[in-house]
Design a protein. Structure first.
Length: 537
């Protein structure tokens, strides 16, 4: 169905030509799932975008190659040909649904656009078909979601909208670029199961682009391994997992979060304590906006974090993990007691909280979104020093260089901008921005969710090393239970804002008591969750 032969992609940059893909060849047959794997920056997405002619011209060019779809040449084809293929015969699920979906348009408008463009449907026909598609991808309360905007949906729901859009015209080929990267393990299992079922129903082929080898092994028939723009190995998936020929392939397969959390002194001073925390959001309806209900994002949560300790917070998308962290950092309003460094901070005003910010820092989930594209890396990292009036210009430069050394980045890179770095490097920049203020507690909100396994392992080792050196306390939020296990000595399991299980991490992993925790751990290690499980409900 799809044949890529001898494909090369070169980008023109101010520093000269960059060869992103070198003489790559791969094939996808009818009805099969083919995986293209490799680390961030290996050329996977560039290869996929070349199929649909979505690379930025003229900055990107193809010195060699051919891309044939049903024996029709797509490389160099005109806009008329590509418009007939895009979203119709070949569809794509993009890596980050929040960026791929238009924030100004409802779900209904975005899905119906492709139906009216390619199928010529009337507005009513397109609406009915959109509702069918949302039901097909098992969207909860699909009629309500029709008029929702992307920011009103969870990560898993946005991914389902992307899948519905991609399947709207029943394509022959679906290109899925990291379709489960930033969703929790239970949603990941459901999405993979859903794609497999839809593939069988529609006799569809799938080109799966991912760095998650657990996903590859469960779903793909054949596997291509890409490294530095070159396909270095390919074959049947199980055969490659059993006996990889290339050392790089073996490294990818063996890379996984490992090690144990740093030991914690039970007598260590308490850095942060939250008691009976509640964050409720009112549901208002009618002209007078009367409150008719409450969304209990966080409901009666109590925790204590000591110096040198890591507490992991786990749960599905929408369970309240990030809201809990924002409440503890006083970035959203909450009820309950919050004590930081033996002082209550719950009633403090914004001006009074400013000195606190030095000692309580946050590393956000998406480093690209949290780093200003208009500032250099040096300006981003020293921003906190400037805000708190710390040091002279020369002293700040010295602190900046030390912070870059600490996180394993070249100090000369401080003159570059965020878009010039890989995902793992950007996460190190975000960590350096937090570390430079020498905080006592760092909130880490999904800091490894979008990273390759090899880079994940490096970041986890770095976090453990910094914690040992500086006796840091971490509140670590993640949906990846393997990462949580490698870092956390205590975990909190949240479900719909409430704690369903809390305590020693190893005990909970070995003997989970709550059915919800059992389902999470099962999904993390098996990637098999039935639709009628506790989690799915």
């Amino acid at each position: 169905m799809l044949s890529i032969d001898n494909l090369s992609v070169t980008f023109s940059t101010p520093q000269g030509d960059l060869e992103a893909v070198r003489h790559a060849s791969l094939q996808v047959g009818r009805g099969e799932t083919v995986a293209l794997v490799g680390e961030s920056g290996s050329g996977k997405s560039v290869t996929a975008l070349s199929v649909l002619g979505l690379l930025p011209y003229p900055r990107a060019r193809h010195p060699s190659g051919s891309i044939r779809f049903h024996d029709r040449e797509l490389l160099g084809a005109g806009d008329v040909v590509l418009r007939q293929v895009r979203g119709n015969r070949i569809s794509m699920i993009f890596q980050e649904p929040m960026l791929a979906l238009n924030p100004l348009h409802t779900v209904l408008k975005q899905v119906t656009e492709t139906l009216t463009l390619h199928k010529g449907m009337t507005p009513k026909q397109a609406r009915d078909r959109t509702l069918e598609l949302l039901q097909l991808v098992r969207m909860q309360e699909p009629e309500q979601k029709l008029l929702a905007y992307p920011h009103q949906l969870s990560g898993g729901q946005r991914q389902r909208v992307m899948i519905a859009m991609a399947l709207a015209n029943e394509p022959d080929l679906l290109i899925a670029d990291e379709p489960t990267t930033a969703v929790d393990v239970t949603i990941q299992a459901q999405i993979l199961s859903l794609l497999t079922e839809l593939q069988q129903q529609l006799s569809m082929s799938i080109l799966l682009i991912t760095h998650d080898l657990d996903v590859v092994r469960k779903t793909s028939n054949r596997l291509y391994v890409m490294h530095s723009g070159t396909i270095i190995e390919h074959g049947q998936t199980e055969q490659l997992f059993r006996a990889p020929a290339e050392p790089y392939t073996r490294q990818l397969i063996e890379a996984a979060p490992s090690g144990k959390p740093n030991p914690v002194d039970p007598r260590a001073p308490i850095v942060l304590r939250g008691e009976q925390l509640r964050v409720w959001f009112p549901v208002q309806k009618g002209v007078l906006r009367r409150t008719v209900d409450q969304i209990k994002a966080v409901d009666d949560v109590t925790l204590t974090i000591r110096a040198g300790q890591t507490i992991g917070v786990v749960g599905e998308s929408g369970s309240g993990k990030t809201t809990l962290a924002l409440a503890l950092a006083r970035l959203v309003s909450s009820r309950g007691a919050i004590v930081f460094d033996n002082a209550s901070i719950q009633g403090l005003k914004s001006r009074e909280l400013k000195p606190l910010r030095r000692n309580l820092q946050i590393v956000f989930q998406d480093p690209y979104g949290s780093l200003s594209p208009r500032l250099s890396v040096g300006q981003i990292i020293e921003e906190g020093l400037v805000a708190h009036g710390i040091g002279t210009a020369d002293e700040r430069t010295r602190l900046l260089i030390d912070a870059l050394h600490e996180v394993g980045l070249d100090p000369d890179s401080r003159h570059r901008y965020p878009h010039e770095f890989s995902g793992g490097q950007r996460q190190r920049i975000a960590l350096a921005r937090a570390m430079i203020l020498k905080p006592r507690l760092i909130v880490l909100d999904e800091p490894t969710s979008a990273l390759d396994r090899t880079v994940q392992a490096q970041i986890i080792d770095l976090l453990r090393q910094l914690q040992r050196q500086k006796n840091l306390a971490y509140l670590f939020i993640s949906h990846d239970l393997k990462v949580i296990r490698a870092l956390s000595d205590e975990i909190i399991v949240l479900h719909k804002g409430r704690v369903v299980e809390q305590g020693n991490a190893e005990k909970i992993f070995d003997r989970p008591q709550d059915p919800y925790t059992q389902a999470l751990i099962s999904a993390a290690y098996d990637l098999k969750v039935s639709e009628d499980s506790t989690v799915a409900q």
